[in-house]
Ligand binder design. Structure first.
Ligand code: F6P
Ligand code: MG
Length: 440
């Protein structure tokens, strides 16, 4: 067995933190990138393998006996991917027929030959590659082409928290148009981002209690609070008679439920006329919402087996979708590309222009934050706008619980203080930011 010391020596891992003003990379042992590549991602791949083996009879029943051959091939491929990750191999071009193949292959071809392996490449790029590669094994099959290997976990993430869902619905039915109410619901949405399944390596994270009533108690965990600016932007009078607000969504389950609560509020209070939801084209970072998850969530809620409260809210949201006030944006492969958002205009100008139609884009979660500011060791006090490197299609805000070792916009001294009292403050999801950058 390779010990940690053997591994580090063999693959030139340095026992340091990533230096300031550089890319986050797994070759720095004192980084979350190293821990993720070494510990978390192999566990996630193993779980996909275990789940396929556990579910193979059910899959065969659903897709027909021939699917067993596909499962065998996929299992072999995933095992190979795990080996490549664990032996720091180079990223390889894609050979299938996926619509984003050219975009990915151009990206891989552009990598510097000295820095093109899992632990040497920028962490963001390597981690996205792993999920994209995993998806390619399924996409190349005939029967299992659209099989979602994270589906059960995602569905369970909603099914397991009926009480918490009912509680937040009950607390938000007599909503009022006010800054205070809006900010509470936005903070609820922020804390919903703690429930992502990739930080827990796929293990269930169950939201309990009434998060809407307890958001105030979490205020001291908010490290950057631009909610006032966000409210000022959102409450500006609508020019003409239409206003789009975009959500670039993150996780299914409780978090997505709170996205819908905010969206409903924006429509009910005439702060927007349409809410556009951007979702992922393929299973992504375990819990991210796909079009199917979005539709399933509304369907599950409106037919909820036990809760009339959830049935009624599900029906209302379904109607908003039917009426075009909620819209699932057309599938965009850019969201599952390795690219940081500052490169969107160059790589996918159509998407950039589409976002520019919107009054404000709300980016949800840790991965979107990493793509907003790049996997880069900015000074923790650096201005959010600077870190966006010109990505400003319209007003931009981000709601993110901190689950990766990068951040910006902190006050002088905040990070030093947290380092003393809570050394792992950057990777637990206990802390959050709500940051805003105005287009004007
Ligand atoms: O694995 C990297 C990471 O960014 C984590 O830091 C985080 O747990 C996860 O991916 C995704 O988080 P989110 O669902 O908030 O984007
Ligand atoms: Mg996610």
């Amino acid at each position: 067995m390779t010990t940690a010391a053997d591994f580090d020596k063999k693959y030139n891992i340095v026992d340091e933190k990533p230096p300031r003003h550089s890319l986050l990379r797994g070759r720095f042992k004192r980084s979350f990138a190293y821990y993720t590549l070494r510990e978390r991602l192999p566990v996630i791949l193993t779980q996909v393998l275990d789940n396929l083996s556990r579910d193979k009879d059910d899959i065969a029943e659903q897709y027909g006996e021939e699917v067993r051959e596909e499962i065998k091939e996929i299992v072999g491929n995933i095992s190979k991917l795990k080996y490549q990750l664990q032996t720091d191999k180079a990223l390889e071009p894609f050979t299938g027929n996926e619509p984003d193949k050219e975009m990915w292959n151009a990206f891989i071809a552009g990598l510097n030959a000295d820095n093109d392996t899992f632990f040497r490449i920028c962490w963001l790029h390597g981690e996205c590659y792993m999920y994209r590669r995993l998806s390619s094994y399924f996409q190349s099959m005939i029967k299992m082409k659209d099989y979602d290997y994270f589906l059960k976990q995602k569905e369970n993430a909603l099914k397991c928290c009926t009480d918490a869902l009912e509680n937040v619905v009950n607390s938000t039915r007599d909503s009022v148009l006010s800054e205070e109410f809006f900010i509470r619901i936005l903070k609820l949405n922020l804390w919903g981002n703690r429930c992502d399944l990739s930080i827990s390596e796929g293990k269930e994270i169950k939201q309990t209690g009434n998060l809407f009533d307890s958001v105030d108690s979490l205020n001291s965990n908010i490290l950057v609070d631009d909610t006032k600016q966000i409210w000022n932007c959102i409450s500006e009078p609508i020019e003409g008679n239409s206003r789009i607000i975009d959500f670039v969504q993150d996780n299914s389950g409780f978090e997505m439920f709170t996205d819908l609560l905010v969206a409903e509020y924006l429509i009910d209070k005439n702060l927007a006329t349409k809410i556009r939801f951007h979702v992922k084209a393929i299973p992504w970072f375990i819990s991210d919402v796909t079009p199917n998850d979005f539709l399933w969530t509304l369907d599950y809620l409106r037919n909820h087996p036990t809760s009339t409260v959830l049935r009624s809210v599900g029906e209302k949201w379904y109607k908003l979708l039917q009426d075009g006030k909620f819209e699932i944006a057309p599938q965009e492969w850019f969201w599952t590309s390795p690219y940081e958002f500052y490169r969107m205009k160059e790589i996918n100008e159509k998407l950039y222009n589409k976002l520019a139609e919107s009054h404000i884009v709300i980016f949800k979660g840790d991965l979107n934050y990493r793509k907003l500011i790049g996997d880069f060791t900015w000074d923790f006090t650096e201005n959010f706008k600077t870190c966006l490197r010109g990505f400003q299609p319209t007003n931009v805000c981000t709601l993110r619980t901190v689950k990766a070792d990068l951040i910006c916009g902190l006050k002088e001294g905040t990070a030093d203080n947290l380092d003393k009292i809570k050394p792992d403050w950057m990777v637990t999801g206990e802390f959050g930011v709500l940051q805003f950058s105005s287009s004007t």
